[in-house]
Design a protein around this ligand. Structure first.
Ligand code: F6P
Length: 547
């Protein structure tokens, strides 16, 4: 790997800055000058057709971005990641979520040990357990069949399985109720279990560290709810609680039988973990075969990222496009807009993946960055967003690059009437990217007979960049492909920005302070060192509590 000198002093950076300074073209001009771009600026990866023609780029832009990727040795770091090198510098860890979907015969070593057999041993154990729950062979303490599965976790131990469960609902066993509890607000657990029978409920406690306060608090309350419901026999825990963790000691301390623990490893980052044991709730819902299809989808994109040439490498291209807007057009955010109800949690999942990975302001060696890093990622499924915030994307003052994700077919189980609505959904999908790119000129508005005083209001500047990701349908494999695409896109950006995309120190301070403040709220204790504003807020809270 090459050393990474100051990014913005690189000639490749200066070359992009010059290119940006000269940039004037509107997407209308670009398509007029080069009708071939609609076919040329498309990359197909597995089932994903990724169209990037509606971007503020030319061949020249792409060439200069590729030069930056070469200069910053993105592919060198990629290879180091796939080899299992400890590229998570601050935690001295390998970054090997790709090993979670490696084939059985692959060899990937961490500290001289091949990790692939252990990955498959856990997958097999998960498949066995999921099969027993699904078939009814695994019963609760009173001998009743498990009909409810409640995953208790937060961050990566919640968002991934919750997102994927929603995405693949059409593939789930509809006789099982699967819920996800994450918030330490007691209302979350209350609502999740209020209509459930403890005798038929399995809790999956998902926590990489098994020390996360929200998860341990909720799991403790869930255990109390279970025991209250089942007559207080501690032995019930063994049939109703399993753990997903890297920390066997803490799992045992909590009272969960180590046989009921599904292991993963410190080289799996929380936000990269739902294809590990953390996906157990999903596997129970969709079954082991579908889960493996999803892993195949991940692997397909891993292989693409590892082997495709730079100019046809989708994660590289998407990563570089984000850098073009974030670093040279001052775009602050990036919208991800799925036109699929089933992807309603996809963007929330990506928020952690992207923002926890690349929300950094120091370089890998601790020196401050002097360039923008990760964007604010946001969005909700279309067409709901069209009737809410799209106004700002179309006519506001901010540049918001957006990814549109859509499918040619609705999920198979919709009846004919509802399936027929799919074309209307997708008509909106195509119309939006067209409107965003090409807009509507004042002349076009006038030609419609609009009164002159309204012309400016009804004009659409256009020139808003979008990527369109189209697949035939949302299957487990396609979901795996989509997630791996974004994982590697985030990787590319972190590599160029020279930041550690795999630690998350920024979440620690709040955790420490919350621990310090809690006694002041529960016991009225004095908290030394509280700032004046927070001390006044705490005092007001205490007063309000007592009124
Ligand atoms: O606080 C942030 C974080 O560490 C995330 O990175 C992680 O996904 C989440 O908390 C949950 O952590 P754990 O799985 O250890 O409970």
């Amino acid at each position: 790997m090459t050393e990474n000198p100051h990014l913005t002093r690189r000639p490749e950076w200066a070359s992009l800055a010059d290119h940006r300074a000269e940039w004037q073209a509107h997407l209308r001009d670009l398509f007029e000058a080069d009708p071939g771009r609609a076919e040329r600026y498309v990359v197909t990866v597995g089932d994903l057709r990724i169209d990037y023609s509606k971007h503020l780029i030319t061949d020249e832009t792409l060439a200069r971005l590729q030069e930056l990727a070469t200069a910053t040795d993105v592919f060198g770091l990629r290879d180091a990641m796939f080899r299992g090198e400890k590229i998570n510098l601050t935690e001295h860890r390998a970054v090997l979520h790709t090993a979670l979907r490696a084939p059985r015969d692959a060899v990937i070593e961490v500290d001289g040990e091949n990790v692939v057999p252990a990955v498959h041993a856990v997958l097999d154990k998960m498949a066995d357990f999921a099969g027993r729950v699904r078939s009814g062979e695994w019963t609760g303490h009173t001998g009743r069949r498990i009909r409810n599965v409640v995953n208790i976790g937060i961050g990566g131990s919640d968002l991934g399985p919750a997102m994927a469960y929603e995405a693949l609902r059409a593939f789930t066993d509809r006789d099982l109720t699967v819920r996800f509890v994450s918030n330490v607000d007691g209302a979350d657990l209350h609502e999740a279990v209020r209509d459930l029978d403890p005798a038929e409920t399995l809790f999956i406690v998902a926590s990489k560290t098994f020390t996360t306060i929200e998860t341990i608090t909720n799991a403790t309350s869930a255990r109390a709810w279970l025991l209250d419901g089942l007559g207080g026999d501690d032995k019930a825990v063994a049939k109703h609680f399993v753990a997903l963790s890297t920390n066997g000691e803490k799992v045992t301390e909590f009272g969960i039988d180590p046989d009921n623990m599904f292991e993963f490893w410190d080289w799996v980052g929380g936000r990269y973990s739902y294809d590990s044991a953390i996906g157990l709730s999903l596997m129970i819902a969709i079954g082991p075969d579908r889960f493996r299809e999803m892993l195949d989808g991940f692997r397909l994109v891993d292989e693409h990222f590892r082997t495709a040439p730079a100019e046809a490498n989708a994660p590289l291209l998407l990563g570089l496009l984000g850098i073009w807007y974030g670093n040279f057009f001052d775009a602050q955010s990036h919208a991800v807009l799925p036109y699929s109800h089933y992807l309603s949690k996809f963007t929330a999942y990506l928020q952690q993946l992207d923002m926890e990975s690349n929300g950094k302001s120091v370089q890998r060696d601790g020196e401050p960055v002097e360039w923008q890093t990760g964007p604010v990622v946001w969005g909700t499924p279309g067409t709901n967003g069209q009737h809410a915030y799209y106004q700002l994307i179309h006519q506001g003052t901010k540049l918001i690059p957006a990814d549109f994700i859509g499918f040619a077919r609705p999920v198979a189980e919709l009846d004919d009437r509802l399936a027929a609505q799919h074309d209307l959904l997708m008509a909106n999908f195509f119309a939006q990217t067209q409107a965003l790119a090409f807009g509507k000129t004042a002349e076009e508005v006038r030609a419609e007979g609009v009164a002159e005083e309204q012309v400016a209001h009804r004009t659409f500047q256009g020139n808003h960049p979008t990527t369109t990701i189209l697949a035939r349908e949302l299957t487990p494999s396609v979901l795996g492909q989509l997630v791996a695409l974004y994982e590697h896109k985030v990787f590319v950006q972190g590599a160029v920005w020279n930041i550690d995309s795999f630690d998350q120190w920024g979440v620690e301070l709040g955790k420490v302070l919350a621990k310090r403040v809690e006694p002041a709220l529960t016991e009225g204790a004095d908290v030394p060192g509280l700032d004046a504003s927070t001390a006044a807020l705490v005092a007001a809270y205490r007063d309000l509590k007592e009124v």
